[in-house]
Design a protein around this ligand. Structure first.
Ligand code: SAH
Length: 432
């Protein structure tokens, strides 16, 4: 089973290739020298990852062909919208009508949506976000893999279970060979094409080490690599881009300066933002966002978080709940309710309707076992599966009782694909 459908190159102009997926056109950046129109490729995150032989592509496509159109039909049916419903709040209808016409919503309108409290209206917001997702991005769903290669961290983030606050957790570092083996398994055994390499802020791995890790994986296997090791420095970012990393996953956590300062002793929001801005300039795909439910955070803050994410040229929004970890200063702070997370996902879709990939995070799935389906039906279109070897991942305890922590990779893949099928989604690249 593969997690992306092969596409056919229809044209290449400079570095931009047009790719057809059963007649549906997407664009991707090409870095393969001898690629030409007519070739079959796999793309991820808007990057062409590899060419594949025509015969192999055609046999995979033959399997997908019928399913592909069936899935689109299911998705279309499930995302239909009826704005004529009776008894709706007038202001809400006006805002949604405006968004349906393609107008950019005002900040005050987005805030109005974040503040909705009536269940029928919140449900309509989710439905509307799903409608927009289908309209602009069809039924594609990104499925990335994540390898958490070290849980050592020298930071004292007040919420995080692998921060210096946690004296109980068993710390681990994967060796370079161990990381390569995990990447090999994810790419070659399970078919992942986009991998996130994540760790705490662990200076045990120098930038040279990270460069070696990224470049070795890239040399050995075709894939899209996102780095997520915290603040590696602007020079570090450049070197890792040159080594072949093409994505940065780094949340700014909270755009509220005071909240940020309180929760991240010794750290500054502007330094994190400088990384994100520099990464974009270097050509990285950006995955960023924040935590929902932090103490002191308001709905206005959440709106500003969404707007900041949009202004950072974000490829994929990652917003998830704060979950209390017993070994941290925030052990007694309750997590937010499911509806707060869904509202953020839905409003993010309304704020950035055409291009945004929006992730359903594992944190959200830990808060609510239904989260994946709920999120995908409220504007989201991406998921991330954990491909860290089990002996390590159980100690990557950023929060307790992580969802899927007792499942092997195969099981996670099967449940993901079966959910995607049931709601008409296909694991295709979403283009750029
Ligand atoms: N060192 C990397 C990765 C940090 S861990 C970096 O600095 O970006 C990855 C993410 O886990 C963080 O960005 C944070 O948003 C999330 N996280 C940490 N503790 C959490 C908690 N208690 N609840 C929910 N998410 C948490």
């Amino acid at each position: 089973m593969c997690y992306a459908i092969p596409g056919k190159v229809t044209s290449i102009i400079d570095k931009i290739a047009k790719i057809s997926y059963f007649g549906e056109e997407k664009q991707a950046i090409n870095e393969i020298d001898d690629l030409k129109a007519g070739d079959y490729i796999y793309a991820q995150g808007g990057y062409i990852i590899k060419k594949l032989p025509e015969a192999e592509a055609l046999s995979i496509l033959a399997v997908w062909k019928e399913t592909f159109f069936d899935l689109q039909e299911v998705d279309l049916r499930l995302s239909k919208l009826d704005l004529e419903e009776k008894g709706l709040d007038k202001k809400l209808t006006i805002i949604l009508d405006k968004a349906a016409d393609g107008a950019v919503l005002k900040d005050s309108e987005l805030l109005y949506l974040l503040n909705l409290e009536k269940d029928s209206e919140i449900q309509l917001l989710y439905k509307f976000a799903n409608f927009l997702r289908q309209k602009h991005l069809k039924n594609s769903c990104c499925v990335h893999g994540i390898i958490e290669f070290s849980n050592y961290c020298n930071q004292a983030c007040a919420y995080c279970g692998i921060s210096t606050h946690n004296k109980e957790v068993k710390r681990y570092r994967m060796s370079k060979e161990g990381i390569f083996a995990a990447a090999d398994t994810a790419i070659n055994q399970y078919g992942f094409q986009a991998l996130v390499l994540q760790s705490g802020e662990d200076t045990h791995y120098s930038v040279d080490d990270l460069v070696e890790i990224v470049s070795t994986i890239k040399k050995r296997w075709p894939c899209l690599i996102f780095i997520s090791c915290g603040e590696v420095g602007l020079v570090g970012l450049k070197r890792l881009y040159e080594a072949g990393a093409r994505g940065l996953l780094m949340r700014f956590e909270s755009s509220n300066l005071e909240v940020y300062k309180k929760l991240h002793p010794g750290r500054e929001l502007k330094s994190r933002l400088a990384h994100l801005e520099e990464a974009y300039k270097l050509g990285y795909l950006i995955i960023t966002g924040g935590l929902i439910g932090l103490p002191g955070q308001t709905k206005e803050d959440l709106l500003r978080d969404i707007l900041l994410t949009r202004s950072l040229h974000t490829e994929m929004y990652t917003f998830g709940p704060f979950l209390p970890h017993p070994s941290t200063p925030l052990a007694k702070t309750p997590p937010p309710p499911t509806k707060d997370i869904l509202k953020v996902l839905a409003v993010a879709r309304l704020a950035d309707p055409v291009n945004a990939k929006i992730l359903v995070t594992t944190g959200f799935e830990t808060l609510d076992p239904e989260a994946r389906e709920l999120g995908l039906m409220a504007g989201a279109n991406s998921v991330m599966l954990n491909v860290t070897p089990e002996e390590y991942s159980k100690n990557y305890s950023i929060y307790p009782n992580r969802a899927h922590s007792n499942e092997g990779i195969q099981e996670q893949i099967e449940t993901t694909l079966s959910l995607l099928r049931s709601i008409g989604r296909a694991p295709t690249d979403l283009g750029i």
